[in-house]
Each structure stands twice: as structure tokens, then as C-alpha cells.
Design a protein. Sequence first.
Length: 72
Amino acid sequence: MFNKLNQTVSYDTEVTAFVEKGKMKKVTGVKIEDLYSLVEVYVDESSADKVTIKTDTGLSDTRDAAVFALGE
């Protein structure tokens, strides 16, 4: 769980993604709250302190990058 995100994130034994500069597309093996599969994560160059996540249902959310910090 990312404590600052207040959501449980689960990972399959295999996680895959196509990785580009500042972006991961076609992500598999990551679920949020057992409801949504994460399909895309990206950081806009104009606001590198923000991370946007998109789900398989088309929902997206932008959060401060600090909520994803390790050990937090």
C-alpha cells in the first residue's frame, strides 16, 4: 500500500509494460483496490512533480509524485 495514496495496490507475479521516456504504457499485472487494472502511467515534462495514472475503465487521476515514494 502506498500510505499517502490511501489505496491498496496489488501486483501479479509478473508485471509488464512498454516503457518510454516519462511513460509506461500497456501495463499488466498491477491492480488498484482489486477493482481497476492500471494500464498507463506517465509524467508530463511540464510538471514533473505530478504522476498521472490511467485504468482499464478509462478513469485517470493525477497525483503528486511524492505519494509514490519508496518507504513512505
